[in-house]
Design a protein around this ligand. Sequence first.
Ligand code: UD1
Length: 428
Amino acid sequence: MDKIAIVGGERLVGEIRISGAKNSAIKLMAASLLTDEPVRLTNMPRLADTRFLGRLLGRLGTEVVETDGPNGGQTILTTPEILSTIAPYDLVRQMRASFNVLGPLLARAGQAKVSLPGGCAIGARPVDLHLQALEALGARIELNEGYVYAQAPRGLRGARIEFPFVSVGATEHALLAAVLARGETVLTGAAREPEIVDLALCLTAMGARIEGAGSATIRIVGVERLSGATHAVAPDRIETGTYALAAAMAGGEVRLTNTRADIIESLLVKMEEAGVEVDRGADGLTVRRNGGRLKAVEVTTDPYPGFATDLQAQFMALMTLADGESVVRETIFENRFMHAPELARLGADIVVNGGEARVRGVANLEAAPVMATDLRASVGLVIAALAARGETVVDRVYHLDRGFERLEEKLSACGARVRRISDAGEEA
Ligand code: UD1
């Protein structure tokens, strides 16, 4: 298993090009199942998760062609016909978002058998809201031996679906199915994340009729068929926020390009409160910190436009060196503080109590071997290591590879001392 070694203490100075959003890309790839024409996605990140979903789509009948240009990758997905409607356990288990093929399969082929994703490191993560939405659209759903059997032999029909709380995945799933349903669907209590807007934009380019994406109420009028389209994947807000926090942690000045400041506004406000300088520009932002200790500030995770749970670990890393005590509250996932004991190995002072972590800033962090536990937690450890004295080795970086494209390269280009130690022990 690969490791990443980071020698802390270098300031970061330079420019980082932000990739297309992982969490958009995988839903857009699933959307390509809805048409027999080619869907061309540009600004595609090349990640373990997108490669993985490509393999699953290949089994379902999609031809996946990847090319790389100077401005990111391009993937063309064409599914002339659905060859299989089964997403087996061994594939869904490895990446939860594979579950999102259920809706498109059902909408296009009238049936699907998709494995339940099961739990994951950050909590139980049920899919009840996904299934309720599909049932409301007229699907017959049965659960048997860990599989969802879904059927809609005479097609799906529009419905009113009220989400009792915000779920990004369930909102996306309802959208993916409702675009081909007969009649009108109204989603209330919908997620407002930029990834929902991105999915709606792509579906609209494919001929879907959608209004209100990005607000809590989304209206969809089903169409008979969708066509191909070309769509540029939206910038990754989590990657944007992560490098903004890396610059704040290490000190220096980093310009983030090919992204937008507004998609991480709730983070930027907190960073400024803590004493980091931020310039919001037309095609990105610049983050600057020159000397001076940061102030402890409190954050509470919330659905968008609130503070993203996917930036919580990275923000906690920043707070480990701030002056005073910060309280970090996690309201989205029940078990999302696994980075806290790992940060403590670097000398951080963190006390976790239920959904709340108290972080008392220390003067210095010291390098230590640490272990990545999930995607966002692992990049939190990388951020802490950028400011720790000595060489920190982060184990199990396959978690990082799922969601961060060329992380070592992007950080090294700004002066960080980061290297990958591959399986065999040699450095790559
Ligand atoms: C997506 C993101 C993930 C991010 C999360 C919250 C992808 C691939 N992943 O995950 O990175 O951390 O949004 O911003 O896009 N829930 C239920 N029943 C359901 C669905 C969800 O109880 O049927 C619960 C979850 O357990 C969680 C909460 O609702 O506590 C929010 O989850 P949700 O917004 O659905 O997250 P994901 O779409 O899985």
